[in-house]
Every structure is written in structure tokens, then in C-alpha cells.
Design a protein. Structure first.
Length: 583
């Protein structure tokens, strides 16, 4: 909350006799020629295809200069800390700013009010962010400016982590999605368990403090349902504790390594189709399948091919976020988190028993760009932006869910807003007094699994394979044109242009398909963020850039189509075996 009183004086500039505000001893613009000063600031800071964050509206001259410069691909966020002053001379620039779709003008009491805007904007521009501070605003509002910089850095790191995850796991997600479809067709849909129970649930995560809860988990084990978040399974098993349910979503090889040398087929597995396919293949017990809310194209197609809405969980940064969502989805009873440190408690990376357990080193602190924050007891503890992203996901989930029966019983790490802290003993004494009438596995045994028409399933896969053949023919036609002609012909040769337009028309229906869109996410991401315009781009540079970008798009579509066809052919073979066995 900005609570400052200033001495305000409005003067006229010497060069052009226009208003210049003086706040205490600071001028908000040049007293000689504020318009020329504003133009130089914009000339120095403007970058095409970037989001520009201007801290301080001042008397509007810098904002006006930016409005004259902005192109459709740019974005401008103007942040004006609220303080009492005459703004009558700013009405015109405020009006213009509010009329433009790519401009946001926000007057704030608290910088946190702006943070809601950042995720959506930064996900589009990623690292392409320019920060401009109007003259003397960093002196007048120093704490707000520092808070803004911290918020921008935090949000940019979250988006970079998300984009890195997309690039790192794009192919594995696609492979897993396809190869897990056959198993999903015989799994229990999460939608059939919505609020089916009223028992208390404990969600165990692999933070260092989990070890403190082991004795109480053992003592009261039959009085609650225990959900294990992914790799935490190894820590629990080390101490002789078996959960009632394992939740896993990660598709990378490191996640498979956690399950590779253990057999947990007797423990039900809840998974999304992105999970490493070998985990599902190796696990021979009860399966619960769900969609991910953000995977809109695939969840529509999945529900269609499985002939049922299988249910979905909200997005999160970690399997622990999904595990909490699942717990509150299936029960109306109390839910608590344990081992959810979101920090390196006692300089440890995980709870003992986790395959990745280790101690912090200076190299790790530097590599992961760790920061010191206050833990639940007010003591300094290291965390990183991945943990802070998980924390934010928990807080957003609680804001959207309006739940009052969720507690954080983690006895270490950093607090989570909107999830009240409670000691584990109090939670157990309050909600876990009685032995459960039935175990979760007993309930699941009487819950029907999905039942699909295998022949129809196979026909739909065959249809996609045929479409991919057509996509490959079209992309090869385009790439042949690129091999024969340089970038000059792309703009001047009507025959080349006509061929490429013909290819684009052929590809259009396939690229609008929900299934294909999912598989092309990485290509589209790279296409959007690479080869962006440079400042004062010449016509020659423009032609070369468009040529390289267009060629990359066709190459990317071809590569993804070849890989997808390989995975779908394997799925088709599995389906044929199932169909033969049922005859």
C-alpha cells in the first residue's frame, strides 16, 4: 500500500512551455525539453516484438512517444504508483492508452496488483522484456520499484522454466500420450470418483521434513488415505510405509528411474497420459486415468476416443500440485500436506530415501539461482524458482477452489498462502481418530473401468495415420521448392508463391486438428519466438528472416509428423493384438 505525501509543483518547460511536474525535489521530466528527452528514452529502449514495462507515467511524454512507436506485435505496460496530484493534463494520453489493445495502463496502490497481468504477457514474449523507469521514479518509489523488479524476475523465471520443460519433454510427452492410450482404455476414469468419499487424506511429498512425520504416519496409518506424490514412493518404502495411491505425471526418464527397480503393482496408480509409458506398462495393478486441464486439444480428443469425459485436474508446476488437486477431487473430508517444504530444509534436496537425495553445495546454489527466504519459523532457508512456481500453483489452486478443509502440516520449508499451517499431531487428533471402514483399493475394486470399442479405436488411429501421410507429402512439396529456390524467389517468383500457397491450403485442415496441434506445440513455440524482427530491419533482412522462418516451419511439421507416425503405428499394432485376443 503506497502511503506517501509529496510536495507537488507544476512548472512549464523552457523550450516548449508544457507542464513538468516536480515532486519534492525531483523533476519527472527534463525542465528544458521533455518531449525531446522522451523521444531519446524511447529510441534507446524500444525493441520490436517486445513487451515494454514503463514504471511511471510522469506527465505522459514518454508514454506518448511509445504510443507513436508501437507496432501490433509490441506490448506496453504503464505502471503508475498512486499518489495525489493534478492529472488533468494527462487525460488525452490516458484515453489513448486505454483504447489500444496492446497497452495496459495500471494505477496501483500495491505492485502485487500488476502481477496478475504478467503470466499471460510473459508467456507470449518470454525473455523479450524491456524495463524502463521514468526519471526519478526509482527515487520517489524505491521500494515499489525494487518490488516490481523482483516480481518481473520471478515471473520471467517461471515462464522460462515452463518453456524449458516444454522443449525438454515435447517428444517424450507425445510418445507417452500415444503409447499410454491403450492402457487408458481399460483404466478407471477419475470422473467416476468425484467427491465419492469423506475420509481424511494425507498427501505426502518428498521434501526434507517428511522424515519428521514418519513415526506419526506409521502410528495412525489405518485412519486415513495416504496419497504419494511421484518419487516420494522411495522415501516411504524405505521406512516401511505403503501409500494407498501413487500419483505420477512426469514423462521424462528421471521419473521412470524412480520406479524402475521397485514393484508397486499392488498400490493403485493415478496418472495422466503424459506419464512415462514404461511406468504404466510395468505397473500391473489398478489404474486411474485423468486429463490435464491445460492440454485442451488432447483432452477433447482423449474423451472422444475413450467415449467418456474421464475427468481432469488443474495445472501445476509439480506432481505434488496435482496430488493435492486429486485428493480434494475424490474426498469431501479434510486434506493435509506433509513433506511439502518447497525449500532446501537443513540444506537437503529431498527426504532421505529419494533417489535424488543430496546436500546443497555452492555450485548447486549458483546453478539453480537459489534465493534466501523466511521459512515457517522466520529463519532463512534456500529455495529456487521451481519451488516458488509450485508455491504459486498451490496458492492459485486454493484461490480458485474456495476450500476450507485443506491444511499444511509440513514442519519445515516455506509457508503457502491460503493453506493454514497446522501441526501434524493436531490434524491427526482432529480428523483421524477412527479406522477407515474400507481401504481405497477395496473401493476401487468395485469401481467400473472404461470400456471402449477396440475396432472403432483402431479405425480412428488409422485415420490419423492416413492424414499424416498427406501432411508428409505436402511438407515435402514445400521443402523441395525451398531447396530449388532462394529467398528472392519466395517473394518475386509467382510460380513458387503459388506452390507454397497450395501447400498451405493442403496443410490447413490438418494443422487445425486438435490432435496435430498438440504434437506441433514445440514447433509452433519455436516458430513464434525465433527469427523475430530486429530494429530498423532492412527489406533484405526481412526477406531472409521470413525465408528461414518459413523453411523451419515446414521442416518442423515434417519431423513431428514422422515421429508421430512411428508412435501411432506402434499403438496400432498393440490395438490389433488386443482385437485378435478378444475374438
Amino acid at each position: 500500500m503506497i502511503d506517501k505525501t509529496f510536495e507537488i509543483d507544476i512548472k512549464l518547460s523552457k523550450k516548449n512551455q508544457i507542464p513538468v511536474t516536480k515532486v519534492d525535489q525531483y523533476m519527472l521530466h527534463s525542465l528544458y525539453n521533455p518531449i525531446l528527452e522522451a523521444e531519446k528514452i524511447v529510441e534507446h529502449n524500444y525493441k520490436p516484438n517486445h513487451v515494454h514495462i514503463l514504471f511511471g507515467l510522469g506527465d505522459g511524454y514518454i508514454a506518448e512517444a511509445f504510443l507513436r512507436q508501437l507496432e501490433d506485435e509490441d506490448y506496453l505496460i504503464i505502471i503508475e504508483p498512486k499518489f495525489k496530484r493534478d492529472k488533468s493534463h494527462l487525460l488525452e494520453v490516458i484515453k489513448r492508452a486505454k483504447e489500444l489493445k496492446n497497452v495496459s495502463l495500471i494505477c496501483v496502490d500495491d505492485i502485487e496488483e500488476v502481477e496478475l497481468l504478467f503470466p499471460q504477457i510473459f508467456s507470449h514474449y518470454l525473455r523479450r522484456v524491456q524495463i524502463i523507469v521514468s526519471p526519478n521514479y526509482d527515487k520517489l518509489f524505491s521500494s515499489e520499484y525494487k518490488q516490481l523488479l523482483t516480481s518481473i524476475k520471478k515471473n520471467m523465471m517461471h515462464q522460462i522454466i515452463n518453456s524449458n520443460t516444454l522443449r525438454m519433454f515435447a517428444h517424450s510427452w507425445q510418445k507417452n500420450f500415444v503409447l499410454n492410450l491403450a492402457d487408458a482404455a481399460t483404466s478407471i476414469p477419475l470422473s467416476s470418483l468425484n467427491q465419492n468419499f469423506d475420509f481424511p487424506v494425507i498427501v505426502a511429498s518428498g521434501g526434507p521434513s517428511l522424515i519428521k512425520q514418519i513415526p506419526l504416519l506409521k502410528e495412525h496409518r489405518k485412519n486415513f488415505v495416504l496419497i504419494c506424490a511421484g518419487s516420494t514412493i522411495n522415501s516411504l518404502l524405505k521406512y516401511g510405509i505403503e501409500p494407498d495411491l501413487i500419483v505420477s505425471i512426469d514423462g521424462g526418464d528421471p521419473n521412470y528411474k524412480h520406479f524402475e527397480n521397485i514393484d508397486v503393482s499392488h498400490i493403485p496408480l493415478a496418472y495422466s497420459l503424459t506419464i512415462h509409458n514404461k511406468i504404466v506398462e510395468k505397473h500391473r495393478g489398478t489404474h486411474i486415468v485423468f486429463n490435464l486441464m491445460s492440454h485442451i486439444p488432447t483432452k477433447k480428443w482423449t474423451n472422444k476416443i475413450l467415449c467418456q469425459d474421464i475427468g481432469e485436474l488443474r495445472d501445476g508446476q509439480s506432481v505434488a500440485n496435482y496430488a493435492l488437486n486429486l485428493a480434494t477431487y475424490i474426498t469431501s473430508g479434510a486434506v493435509c500436506l506433509v513433506g511439502q517444504d518447497l525449500a532446501y530444509t537443513n540444506q537437503a534436496t529431498h527426504a532421505e530415501g529419494n533417489n535424488h537425495f543430496g546436500k546443497l553445495t555452492n555450485d548447486k546454489i549458483e546453478q539453480r539461482k537459489m534465493v534466501l527466504v523466511d521459512d515457517i519459523k522466520g529463519n532463512p532457508v534456500y529455495t529456487d524458482y521451481a519451488f516458488l512456481g509450485m508455491k504459486k500453483a498451490f496458492e492459485e489452486f486454493m484461490n480458485q477452489s474456495n476450500l476450507s478443509n485443506v491444511f499444511n502440516c509440513t514442519e519445515g520449508g516455506i509457508p503457502i498462502e491460503n493453506i493454514p499451517n497446522q501441526t501434524f499431531e493436531v490434524f491427526l487428533d482432529t480428523f483421524c481418530n477412527n479406522k477407515l471402514n474400507k481401504s481405497l483399493i477395496e473401493v476401487l475394486e468395485s469401481t467400473p473401468s472404461l470400456s471402449v470399442d477396440w475396432a472403432n479405436f483402431s479405425d480412428q488411429v488409422e485415420e490419423i495415420l492416413d492424414n499424416l501421410d498427406n501432411v508428409l507429402k505436402s511438407t515435402q512439396k514445400a521443402l523441395t521448392s525451398f531447396e530449388k529456390h532462394g529467398y528472392e524467389d519466395l517473394f518475386s517468383n509467382p510460380i513458387v508463391l503459388s506452390k507454397l500457397e497450395e501447400v498451405d491450403e493442403e496443410l490447413k485442415p490438418f494443422l487445425e486438428d486438435e490432435f496435430m496441434f498438440y504434437f506441433l506445440q514445440e514447433v509452433i513455440f519455436q516458430f513464434s519466438h525465433n527469427q523475430i524482427p530486429v530494429k530498423n530491419e532492412s527489406e533484405e533482412e526481412y526477406k531472409q528472416r521470413v525465408y528461414i522462418k518459413s523453411k523451419y516451419l515446414y521442416e518442423g511439421i515434417k519431423e513431428v509428423s514422422v515421429i508421430t507416425k512411428m508412435y501411432l503405428s506402434e499403438l496400432k499394432s498393440r490395438l490389433q493384438v488386443t482385437i485378435e485376443n478378444e475374438r
